[in-house]
Design a protein around this ligand. Structure first.
Ligand SMILES: Cc1cc2nc3c(=O)[nH]c(=O)nc-3n(C[C@H](O)[C@H](O)[C@H](O)COP(=O)(O)OP(=O)(O)OC[C@H]3O[C@@H](n4cnc5c(N)ncnc54)[C@H](O)[C@@H]3O)c2cc1C
Ligand code: SF4
Ligand code: SF4
Length: 420
């Protein structure tokens, strides 16, 4: 798409989570051509992996589907999945970008009939469920995936199984000869919307993650409660499938701590309050303990906090957790914390521990391939003309705020395409 001087007016959006999708549809509906580059095989980002999302506690599909429909209806949006930006050069109004497309081994003929998966027996870790279960090596990433198209995992390429998958496909959709490709684009503005990763709880020494059975993090808890999750939505102990009668949430797990992540992720208090409602609705007698330093539920979210806190089966204990360890006398978990209000040490014995880990920007490890500035935690702070960051690539945000941020950035990107 070019202006009257022949200069590009197109916009590149990197990351197809809620922030990137919002910028893309807003800019496209204002008349700009938009390229979305998403590294996973599907759009929706981390929101697609939630069970429900506040404030309304609706399933993620209700917010995402509207955007998918707007994308389908808009010929100005071009979508690249399993893709990443390799190089960026040029300047505001005139960037050259190289995109690498990784092979899906399934083309656009795919009807998602699932016949290829029936003949494949090999399994790979299920990234959608945070590796809590496995998925066939010919797979649809999840039931509501957009685009609704299967993937053949590279792990089986060159094997007899891949050939069987090809033979099972009546639509000539399996293409085992697909190779990585490079696409060159000219764009006027670039929006970096690559979001966040859950902070790696393995690196927190005292909280038992990866060492003590049934200690999980908050993103895993979303999948444990989801109907399409590893347990079909049953909140049970991941280690042995036994019922859960007591849960402890450990707030600020690795957050607001100079040894790990110094900042507050703004969302994980609300996430634990939300997940408390998952437990209490599903298991009527379950007891929930929330260990916190401060509860951060600002603005309109205060009411949600008040409602959850009023539940007599929910205890809020102000105190930093010192230790999470297996109980030597049972198959439960011991959580030891200071009890600031009680002036004592507090100990809970529970079936499941959920670490409320924070949101680390994906740019902490995966940098923009051109010159932009970051803060000490890796969030993009750059005001490089023509390159913008939005959503959780810029700061930890909830969905509603990310939407507003991304809408504003669509305007900024459009301005970059006319400022010359
Ligand atoms: C446990 C938990 C529960 C939450 N629950 C709620 C809730 O109930 N309500 C609410 O409002 N918010 C909730 N949030 C916050 C919510 O998840 C974020 O607001 C939202 O994910 C922000 O979207 P985003 O698009 O900025 O980032 P993301 O969702 O992370 O999307 C980024 C996208 O970019 C892609 N990407 C990453 N790197 C690259 C790359 N190099 N190239 C191409 N693509 C790339 C990713 O694959 C992803 O699709 C929760 C957060 C946590 C931790
Ligand atoms: S690749 Fe073929 S067999 Fe597999 S789901 Fe798609 S159409 Fe069906
Ligand atoms: S939102 Fe709550 S749990 Fe998360 S870092 Fe901030 S205070 Fe800690």
């Amino acid at each position: 798409m070019a202006d009257e001087k022949g200069l590009t007016q197109s916009i590149l959006v990197v990351g197809g989570g809620i922030s990137g999708l919002t910028t893309a549809v807003e800019a496209a509906e204002a008349g700009r051509e938009v390229f979305i580059v998403e590294k996973r095989p599907y759009l929706g980002g981390r929101v697609a992996q939630l069970n429900q999302y506040f404030p309304k506690l609706c399933p993620p599909s209700c917010g995402l589907e509207i955007n998918f429909r707007r994308i389908k209806q808009n010929y100005r949006i071009k979508l690249f999945t399993m893709a990443e930006v390799e190089t960026v050069s040029g300047e505001e109004g005139n960037f050259d970008v190289t995109i690498k497309l990784n092979p899906r081994y399934v083309n656009e003929n795919c009807t998602a009939c699932g016949e290829c998966a029936k003949v494949v027996t090999s399994e790979i870790p299920n990234e959608y469920n945070y590796n809590m279960d496995k998925i066939k090596a010919a797979y649809l990433p999840h039931d509501m995936a957009f685009p609704m198209r299967y993937v053949i995992a590279p792990e089986i390429i060159g094997t007899e199984e891949a050939t069987k998958a090809k033979e099972a496909c009546a639509y000539d959709a399996v293409d085992l000869e697909m190779q990585p490709e490079t696409v060159d684009l000219k764009v006027a503005a670039i929006v970096w919307a690559t979001g966040w990763n859950p902070y790696d709880a393995n690196s927190i020494e005292n909280l038992g993650f990866g060492k003590v059975p049934n200690v999980i993090n908050n993103v895993m808890m979303e999948r444990l409660a989801a109907f399409d999750g590893p347990t079909g939505g049953k909140i049970i102990r991941p280690s042995d499938g036994k019922p859960v009668e007591s849960v402890a949430f450990v707030q600020c797990a690795g957050s607001r701590d100079e040894n790990y992540m110094p900042f507050c992720s703004h969302i994980c208090c609300l996430a634990s309050l939300k997940q408390t409602t998952y437990v209490r609705e599903q298991i009527p007698d379950a007891k929930v303990s929330i260990f916190y330093i401060d509860i951060r539920a600002l603005g309109k979210y205060e009411d949600f906090y008040t409602k959850v806190a009023a539940d007599e089966n929910v205890s809020l204990i102000k105190g930093k957790v010192a230790k999470v360890e297996a109980d030597p006398a049972s198959d439960q978990i011991l959580v030891e914390a200071e009890d600031i209000y009680g002036g004592t040490k507090s100990q809970a014995k529970v079936d499941l521990v959920v670490l409320a880990t924070g949101m680390e920007p994906s740019t902490a490890t995966d940098k923009v391939p051109t010159d932009v500035a970051y803060d000490e935690s890796g969030f993009i702070v750059s005001e490089t003309p023509g390159i913008y960051a939005t959503g959780c690539a810029r700061k930890p945000l909830d969905v509603a705020t990310a939407n507003r941020d991304a809408t504003g950035v669509a305007l900024k990107a459009i301005q970059s395409s006319v400022r010359r």
